[in-house]
Write a protein that binds this ligand. Structure first.
Ligand SMILES: Cc1cc2nc3c(=O)[nH]c(=O)nc-3n(C[C@H](O)[C@H](O)[C@H](O)COP(=O)(O)O)c2cc1C
Length: 372
């Protein structure tokens, strides 16, 4: 990267971002990534060190891997960390403290997997998978339809987790409303066949998510921000679209924004793809424009070997950093989440900010096998 390009990168990405009481010292977030290195659901010192390395390596905001709320059907692995129980919460307090000492802000991603839970899976082997209608994302019978008591319990469990996060010293929480897990199963017509107030049109299908957001808002202080991760795509259905048009996206976002979402994290697999015809805006861009809330983009940032080469004009430029900077400078979105590139190189953020991009370690799938 030339000096001028390095300066532009630093100028654009180094600006702090604040929402309620949270300040990220720059625009780079670590995307939430399940790693399954927490035996019996307890994050240990190795997990604290893993996140701390990324904070010390320049990441402004760490979003933790999905962590299960306190509901017997919330999870599907006993190596995914819980966000309840004294042992797990003590582990999380250490994680938050350690990341703060390295200069990073940190929020946990709160997760319930819904009907994607495998039958008989840990952590609670005899807990049945539950979801809006007892069907999978594609409408096949799976698990059991949630009763009003189930809904109330899950809403309360999300709120308890948000309150615990604030008590433990985290800077906010992210609700996992994406990728076909429980909250998204309610949003998605393929899995939500309910005929009560939680099913029907898109606005009705947001009711469960909005009630979770409102309950979390009521459980935390004014200083504590709520992030909401949403996606069009689902596990095993990359082409799925919750909203076919900006108007439909508005129906989905407005109840969530009104319920108290502070930041929308718009999950896409390639951040540069336009979301709807007739505009270059990506999903985070549309969500910001429609909701008026700050947004975070994500998807293959820094994965293409030519990402930084785009400045030299030796790449198609489509996935290059120049386009990312331009979009931030145009206020299309506020933050950028980086996933696999940060697994590969804990110092990705610092190297990018100082223009030392020739020394970035590229990602390979092998790297997922260890918690480096
Ligand atoms: C190993 C792995 C685990 C993931 N786990 C989660 C998760 O727990 N929650 C979530 O919302 N997304 C999860 N994702 C998606 C990432 O947050 C991110 O959106 C995706 O990897 C695209 O970003 P990238 O191209 O920068 O890696 C995961 C991705 C990977 C590679």
């Amino acid at each position: 990267m030339t000096d001028a390009n390095a300066d532009r990168t630093a100028d654009t990405l180094s600006r702090p971002f604040s929402v309620r009481g949270l300040t990220s010292r720059n625009r780079i977030a670590m995307a939430p990534m399940t790693r399954q290195f927490s035996p019996a659901g307890v994050p240990g010192q190795d997990v604290a060190d893993y996140y701390t390395r990324r904070a010390a390596g320049g990441v402004g905001l760490i979003i933790t891997e999905g962590t299960y709320i306190d509901h017997s059907s919330a999870g599907t692995s006993d190596r995914v960390p819980r966000f309840h129980g004294e042992d797990a919460l003590a582990g999380w307090a250490d994680v938050a403290d350690s990341v703060h000492r390295a200069g990073g802000a940190i929020i946990p991603q709160l997760w319930h997997v819904g009907v994607t839970r495998a039958e008989g899976a840990p952590p609670v082997a005899d807990a049945e998978p539950v979801g809006p209608s007892g069907v999978s994302l594609t409408g096949e019978p799976k698990g059991r339809a949630m009763t009003q008591k189930d809904l109330d319990d899950v809403i309360a469990a999300f709120a308890d987790a948000a309150a615990a996060a604030e008590r433990l010293g985290f800077d906010g929480v992210e609700l996992h409303g994406a990728h076909g897990y429980l909250i998204d199963q309610f949003l998605w017509s393929g899995s939500n066949r309910r005929t009560d107030a939680y099913g029907g049109d898109l606005v009705a299908r947001t009711r469960f998510a909005a009630e979770i957001v409102a309950a979390c808002r009521a459980a935390v202080s004014d200083a504590f921000p709520l992030f909401f991760r949403m996606s069009q795509w689902k596990q095993d259905a990359y082409e799925a679209k919750l909203a076919q048009t900006p108007e439909e996206l508005d129906s989905l976002l407005t109840p969530l924004a009104e319920a108290g979402v502070d930041v929308f994290h718009a999950s896409t697999r390639r951040y540069w793809l336009p979301e709807f015809e007739g505009s270059d805006l990506n999903l985070a861009g549309w969500v910001k424009k429609i909701s008026g809330r700050p947004t975070m983009t994500v998807g293959s940032v820094g994965l293409d070997g030519d990402f930084f080469g785009a400045f030299q004009g030796n790449s198609s430029g489509v996935t290059g950093i120049e386009q990312l900077l331009e979009r931030i400078e145009n206020d299309e979105f506020d933050m950028v989440a980086v996933g696999r590139a940060l697994i590969a190189d804990p110092e990705w953020a610092a190297k990018t900010l100082r223009g030392d991009t020739g020394n970035i370690t590229p990602f390979s799938a092998e790297m997922l096998k260890t918690l480096r």
